[in-house]
Design a protein around this ligand. Structure first.
Ligand SMILES: Cc1cc2nc3c(=O)[nH]c(=O)nc-3n(C[C@H](O)[C@H](O)[C@H](O)COP(=O)(O)OP(=O)(O)OC[C@H]3O[C@@H](n4cnc5c(N)ncnc54)[C@H](O)[C@@H]3O)c2cc1C
Length: 459
């Protein structure tokens, strides 16, 4: 056992929770895609804020890199420990500490898994709206990446449900930012800085989350169109009609077919070329009224049909096909996921451009996404390219699609973050002065650059 492990063992006290570098399982050295691999001297499973604090203090004093980790489901290499040091896994800190029904808040540890938390609060009549596609991620990871997901169009993103955070700073100091209070105009909002900081500024050790009453009813509706352009026009009309959908997803038929193959399930109306999939929630009457508004929009925007998924099993099947798309692509080939965002009015133009690039280059690109917020997910499919060809052609295609997104006023990431994988594109599109400010914040909070410094746009 090397010196770092021996020292960490003294701090943690249990051999089973300090894994030496040569015994760390591969998955801890990567993200969910497993392509980028790092190295570490030790993997520590922390069980309390005090333990996190002890590890951070030790790392700070000795200038050792630290990579915080939840469930490791990120898609951008942010948990790849490129600088060695310690992987600090907080997934065992997974308790619900308090449900405060008087303030509509829950206080949880960061390692609680999203789907476990959602199920628990719903079982007591409450609701936690953020709903990113990967339900096995941790709440701490969701906060560190400011995860969005399907329901963002109505309810907002993770940031909108974080009231307060207990964090451990790089030097080991424990502090709170935010609180149970609804409003806060009390000084600079450090909490907002930590949310979405991808573990580069602090380790989150407790989270006060905002809850809302569970909606009484919900209904999903599928609106098939003969092309994506008409479908995206439909999205604009739906938002304008004040139909208040919880989710508006777009998906093309060719992509649905991948999902159907992967799940063995079928989507209704297979003759369509594109679909808008919506959910409504709230009081039963509101849900019906809002769905009715969309039915009218469907008629005036040339939809092929309007299919209310009133049977919960049928709705679950359609959402299962939509939800499996990343995994369905991966079952066929390695892929590079892209989650750029463009103004909602530009989604159709952007996807049309992607198809043009596909036709010109022969590189398959599977596009789907959150139509209500212009968040386009692309899976760039490797197929049978050898390493050299794949790396060369991928770099070329990535530059082309990011270039177009930026030209349309878009941004590098809508919800997955920058990590290692999206660094070059982020650097290209971010004003130098903004980068300098971000680096100044990093220097102020983590002067020795020990926390996730591999996410190196902050260097
Ligand atoms: C199939 C699939 C579908 C997805 N769909 C969506 C989607 O629809 N919308 C969306 O927004 N995202 C989506 N994602 C991304 C997903 O939201 C993130 O992977 C998730 O939020 C990361 O949580 P995690 O616990 O796995 O964190 P990890 O992957 O372990 O870590 C992610 C980042 O957070 C940091 N971190 C983790 N825990 C802490 C902590 N306690 N304190 C400080 N830093 C920490 C890590 O260092 C790392 O930088 C999807 C991912 C997959 C694989």
């Amino acid at each position: 056992m090397d010196r770092i492990c021996e020292d960490l063992l003294k701090l943690i006290g249990e051999k089973e929770r300090v894994v030496p570098g040569d015994r760390i399982e591969e998955k801890y050295l990567s993200d969910t895609l497993g392509r980028l691999k790092g190295k570490a001297q030790a993997l520590v499973f922390a069980e309390s804020a005090e333990e996190v604090s002890r590890v951070m203090k030790y790392a700070y004093e000795n200038g050792i890199a630290v990579t915080p980790r939840g469930a490791g489901t990120n898609l951008v290499g942010s948990t790849v420990p490129q600088k060695g040091g310690v992987i600090l896994d907080v997934s065992r800190m997974n308790r619900i500490l308090e449900i405060d029904e008087e303030t509509f808040t829950a206080t949880v540890e960061p390692g609680i898994v999203l789907q476990d938390f959602q199920q628990y609060v719903e079982s007591i009549g409450l609701f936690y709206p953020p709903d990113p596609g990967e339900k096995t991620a941790t709440i701490g990871g969701n906060i560190a990446t400011n995860a969005g997901g399907m329901r963002a169009v109505k309810y907002g993103v993770t940031r909108d449900y974080v009231r307060g955070l207990e964090v451990v700073l790089p030097d080991g100091e424990i502090t709170w930012v935010g609180s149970k209070n609804v409003k806060d105009a009390s000084g600079l909002q450090l909490k907002q800085l930590f949310i979405g900081s991808e573990g580069t500024l602090c380790v989150i050790t407790k989270c006060i989350l905002r809850l809302i009453p569970k909606p009484d009813a919900s209904l999903s509706v599928l609106v098939p169109y003969e092309d994506l352009n008409s479908a995206i026009r439909g999205v604009h009309a739906i938002i304008k009609a004040n139909a208040n959908p919880t989710a508006i997803e777009f998906v093309e038929r060719s992509v649905v077919e991948l999902g159907e193959k992967y799940t063995g399930l079928s989507f209704p109306c297979p003759e369509a070329k594109a679909y808008i999939l919506l959910t409504f929630d709230g009081l039963q009457q509101q849900v019906e009224q809002n769905a009715g508004r969309v039915q009218k929009v469907a008629q005036t925007t040339g939809a092929l049909s309007f299919i209310p998924l009133t049977d919960p099993a049928a709705a679950a099947d359609v959402w299962k096909v939509r939800g499996c798309l990343v995994k369905a692509v991966e079952a066929v080939s390695e892929q590079e996921p892209v989650d750029l965002v463009v103004p909602i009015s530009k989604s159709a133009e952007f996807v049309a451009f992607v198809h043009q690039v596909e036709a010109e280059t022969g590189m398959q690109m599977v596009a789907f996404g959150h139509a209500g917020d212009g968040n386009v997910h692309l899976c760039i499919v490797r197929g049978d390219r050898d390493d050299e060809t794949w790396n060369r052609e991928l770099a070329c295609v990535m530059r082309t699609v990011y270039g177009k997104a930026y030209e349309l006023g878009g941004l590098t990431s809508g919800e997955h973050g920058i990590g290692i994988a999206k660094r070059p594109y982020f650097l290209e599109n971010t004003p130098a002065v903004n980068l300098a400010l971000m680096r100044a914040v990093k220097d102020a909070i983590d002067p020795k650059h020990i926390l996730n410094d591999h996410i190196s746009y902050l260097k």
